[in-house]
Design a protein around this ligand. Structure first.
Ligand SMILES: NC(=O)c1ccc[n+]([C@@H]2O[C@H](COP(=O)([O-])OP(=O)(O)OC[C@H]3O[C@@H](n4cnc5c(N)ncnc54)[C@H](OP(=O)(O)O)[C@@H]3O)[C@@H](O)[C@H]2O)c1
Length: 328
C-alpha cells in the first residue's frame, strides 16, 4: 500500500483526501515510478474544481520526478533504477508510487535534481512550445516584443528567462510590484502590474504604439479583451489557460476589426502526443536548464499531506515560481 491523493467529487481544496492505494506491476508500455518530489500546477486546480472534468474517484497531479522501479513489456527507453521525470496524462502524480504510461516519462540528466525535475517538466515544456512553436505567422526575431501574462508564476518565470536567452523582449504582467520585480530579475525586459495599471496602454507606450507580435495569455477571462488590443496587425493571441476563468465566446469578426489577428488555444498534451516529440522537447528544456540560462525557482514546498493548503495558496495568488509537494 502507498499514499496517494484522490478526489471523490469535484469541489474545493477540502476534496483532496489522502488515501492508501494498492500499486501493482506495470503492464505493456507502462512503468512503475517511485516519486521523490511532485510538481504542483494550475491544471490541478481545474481538475479538482471540474473545469476540466474527471471520472471519479480521481487521482490529481500531472508532474513528478523519481526513480523507475519496474518497466512493462515494450518499454525500451527506461529501465529499473533510472532517474526520471515527467509531465503526463493521466492525472495521478500526487502519490508516492504509481504505475503510468511510459511514453512521456523521460530520463532525468544527472545534473538535474529530483526537486528541480518535478518543478520544471510541465511548466518548462509549456514554455518550450509557447516560445518555439506557438509562433506568429511573421515569425519571432531577436529584439521582438512579446507579452506574457502572470510572468512571475511557474510557467512565467521560466518563460521570462527563456525569452531572454532567445533575445526576445518579454513584457511581463503580474499582480503586485514584488512579482513584477521578480519577473524583471528573471529576464523580463519590462513588467506591468496589471492590478493597478492599464496593461494595454502600457504595452502601446513601451512598443512605441506598434504593439506586440504575440500575447501569451494563461489568465483568460480577465485579460482576454485587453490582450487583443496589445497586438500588432496579424499578431497572434496564444491563449493557454484560464486562471481567472474561461474566455467567453466571441465573434470572429472582431479579430478582423482589430487588425486581422490570429487566435490559437493550445495545450501541452497535443505537443507531447508521441514519445519522440516529448523527448525532443525535454532535451531542449534539459539543455537550457543545464546551461544555466534557465533556473528553476522552487519558491514553495509543502508536504504531500498539506496539499489542501498548497491548492489554497496557488488559487489565492500567493505563490511565485514553481511549487513542489515533498514526500515522507
Ligand atoms: N495549455 C497548456 O499547455 C498549459 C500548460 C501549463 C500551464 N498552463 C496554464 O498556465 C498558467 C500558469 O500555470 P502555473 O501552474 O505556472 O500557475 P502560476 O502562474 O504559478 O499561477 C497562476 C497565476 O495566475 C495569475 N492569476 C491571474 N488571475 C488569477 C485569478 N483570478 N486566480 C488565480 N490566479 C490568477 C496569478 O499571478 P498574478 O498574481 O501575478 O496575476 C497566479 O499566481 C495557468 O493558467 C495554467 O493553467 C497551460
Amino acid at each position: 500500500m502507498t499514499l496517494a491523493v484522490q478526489i471523490r467529487q469535484h469541489g474545493g481544496p477540502e476534496e483532496l483526501q489522502i488515501v492508501d492505494v494498492q500499486v501493482g506491476d506495470p503492464g505493456p508500455g507502462e512503468v512503475r515510478i517511485r516519486h521523490h518530489a511532485v510538481g504542483l500546477n494550475f491544471i490541478d486546480v481545474y481538475h479538482r474544481t471540474g473545469l476540466y472534468p474527471l471520472s471519479m474517484p480521481a487521482g490529481i497531479g500531472m508532474e513528478a520526478a523519481g526513480v523507475i522501479e519496474a518497466v512493462g513489456e515494450g518499454v525500451t527507453h527506461l529501465k529499473a533504477g533510472d532517474r526520471a521525470a515527467y509531465a503526463s496524462q493521466p492525472p495521478g502524480s500526487y502519490c508516492e508510487v504509481r504505475v503510468m504510461p511510459a511514453k512521456c516519462v523521460c530520463r532525468l540528466p544527472d545534473a538535474i535534481g529530483f526537486e528541480t525535475g518535478a518543478a520544471m517538466m510541465l511548466k518548462g515544456l509549456t514554455a518550450q512550445y509557447l516560445l518555439k512553436k506557438a509562433r506568429p505567422v511573421e515569425g519571432l526575431e531577436p529584439g521582438d516584443y512579446v507579452l506574457f501574462h502572470a510572468a512571475a508564476g511557474g510557467v512565467g518565470l521560466i518563460a521570462c528567462q527563456w525569452a531572454r536567452a532567445l533575445g526576445l523582449r518579454l513584457i511581463g504582467t503580474a499582480g503586485s510590484d514584488a512579482k513584477c520585480q521578480l519577473a524583471l530579475d528573471n529576464g523580463a525586459a519590462h513588467a506591468i502590474n496589471y492590478a493597478r495599471e492599464d496593461f494595454a496602454a502600457r504595452v502601446k507606450e513601451i512598443t512605441g504604439g506598434k504593439g506586440v507580435k504575440v500575447v501569451y495569455d494563461s489568465v483568460g477571462k480577465d485579460t482576454w479583451d485587453k490582450s487583443l488590443d496589445c497586438l500588432r496587425p496579424f499578431g497572434l493571441m496564444a491563449s493557454f489557460g484560464n486562471a481567472s476563468g474561461p474566455v467567453p465566446p466571441f465573434a470572429p469578426g472582431m479579430l478582423g476589426a482589430k487588425g486581422s489577428l490570429y487566435v490559437t488555444r493550445q495545450t501541452l498534451f497535443s505537443h507531447i502526443a508521441t514519445r519522440e516529440a516529448t523527448q525532443a522537447m525535454a532535451d531542449d528544456l534539459f539543455a537550457v536548464v543545464e546551461s544555466g540560462q534557465v533556473k528553476i525557482h522552487i519558491a514553495q514546498r509543502y508536504a504531500l499531506t498539506d496539499v489542501q493548503q498548497a491548492h489554497r495558496d496557488l488559487e489565492a495568488r500567493k505563490t511565485t515560481g514553481s511549487t513542489i509537494l515533498t514526500l515522507p
